[in-house]
Design a binder for this molecule. Structure first.
Ligand SMILES: [Zn+2]
Length: 435
């Protein structure tokens, strides 16, 4: 007898054949999927999935979860000024309690919009881990390091990053994994990056970094190292399959070749790139080169949402515009980016990213009985072009139900919202006092 049976849904399996199964069921034992399709098995608990699409949980490969507290705090500014005048001063004020309050709010938003796994890069990551453990989500967490060529700072950042990996990798029943998180090639010294590379190999974890987000960054890197960011990172031996590279907006054809050869995993963050006026990443070119580009929202200060459904739609539309070609990035490819490619980007392709026997039971149910999702011709089309995160009805992570009938079971929604408002009001007033 199975523990949980999701019965009679429209299964969008994302398996190698991209099979869509009508009136299909998924049986779960413990935290694994044990049967898919026509399931005769009985179960402890049954979820009626009729009228709903059942798909693998979405994977957001680039976030800064506590930044939800800064949602709407600073908009419509250039990236450098936005960071130095608004975001960094505010972040200096953010203590562990603030980050915990933010991470809870972020976790609530992720669950309610169908994201089951995310890759995060921030500070006070022990607090983010605490929120992830409580919320029941799956997180690949990294401490964001910035040393700015200060050797003492570098040693301190490495110490914190290493201690985080050591303490939290595999925690919360394996739902929490870790990476090293050097912020970017322009905020971290070569020495810091090389030390991170060595430690990531030692601990067998990945590296989460921002690469080639803006053209200003490219100019700066050329001035400093005589090379573009991807070329520079390659020249110091930093790149490899364990590198999760957020943005990759300003990459040349030659750099796409390097990314492909080294097995680097780029993460496309279309909304953030548009909002910051950064540019449009050459996603189609990377996909055509065989690079499994993943999808991210970036922090909620530059998005201002963590809804991956919006991101899938925008990724598809932007690729069509960039290439002046409506076939450039079809709906199914966009869904792959947020599922299979996300899993591959995190090195978890054997565990996540599709509904298949043996994989972890991370599933979401999308309610199709909505005016904007009717009539139904092609479910994948609806998921990308018509649905939003608000259509997510049920979320299962690691075999546990986190959201049912739109209601979060692991967090007290009202309390989380209240705490977030109080915390962000307090942060703003602390910032005001300083001026
Ligand atoms: Zn970012």
């Amino acid at each position: 007898m199975a523990d949980l049976l999701v019965r009679g849904g429209l299964l969008v399996t994302m398996n190698p054949g991209r099979q869509v199964i009508e009136k299909g069921s998924v049986a779960i034992e413990g935290n694994r999927i044990v049967a898919v399709g026509e399931v005769r098995e009985r179960a402890e608990r049954v979820i009626d999935a009729r009228g709903k699409a059942v798909l693998p949980g979405l994977i957001n490969c680039h976030t800064h979860l506590p930044m939800v507290l800064l949602r709407g705090f600073a908009d419509d500014m250039p990236l450098d000024k936005w960071l130095s005048d608004r975001i960094w001063p505010m972040e200096k004020k953010m203590g562990p309690r603030d980050c915990y309050a933010g991470a809870l709010l972020g976790a609530l938003e992720l669950i309610k919009s169908g994201t089951t796994c995310f890759a995060d890069n921030y500070f006070h990551m022990d607090q983010v881990a605490r929120a992830v453990a409580k919320a029941g989500l799956r997180g690949v967490l990294s401490y964001g390091m910035i040393d700015r060529d200060d050797e003492q700072k570098m040693r301190e950042e490495i110490r914190i990053g290493q201690s985080f990996v050591r303490s939290f990798h595999g925690k919360a029943g394996g739902r929490i994994l870790t990476m090293f998180g050097p912020h970017a090639p322009y905020t971290c010294s070569t020495e810091c990056l090389l030390k991170v590379k060595e430690l990531a190999a030692k601990f067998g974890v990945g590296i989460h970094i921002h690469v080639s987000e803006s053209s200003a960054e490219v100019k700066q890197t050329i001035r400093r190292y005589g090379k573009r960011p991807v070329e520079y990172l390659d020249s110091i031996g930093f790149l490899g399959p364990e590198v999760l590279a957020a943005h990759c907006v300003w990459v040349t054809k030659r750099e796409v070749g390097i990314i492909q050869r080294r097995g680097v995993k780029p993460v496309h963050n279309p909304t953030s790139n548009l909002k910051m006026g950064s540019g449009i990443a050459p996603v189609v070119e990377m996909l055509q080169a065989g690079v499994p580009v993943a999808l991210g929202t970036d922090g909620a200060a530059s998005n201002n949402s963590l809804d991956l459904f919006k991101e899938m739609k925008l990724a598809s539309l932007l690729a069509k515009l960039r290439n002046r070609d409506p076939t450039a990035l079809p709906a199914m490819k966009a869904l792959e980016m947020a599922t299979r490619n996300g899993a591959a980007a995190l090195g978890l392709e054997d565990e996540l990213g599709s509904i298949e026997v043996g994989k972890k039971a991370d599933l979401i149910l999308v309610d199709l009985k909505k005016p904007h999702l009717s009539p139904l011709h092609d479910v994948v089309s609806h998921l990308i072009y018509s649905a939003t995160g608000s259509d997510v009805d049920t979320v299962i992570v690691d075999g546990k139900i986190l959201l049912e009938g739109g209601e979060v079971l692991t967090l007290d929604e009202e309390k989380v919202l209240e705490l977030a408002q109080r915390t962000s009001d307090d942060l703003v007033s602390r910032l005001g006092e300083e001026k």
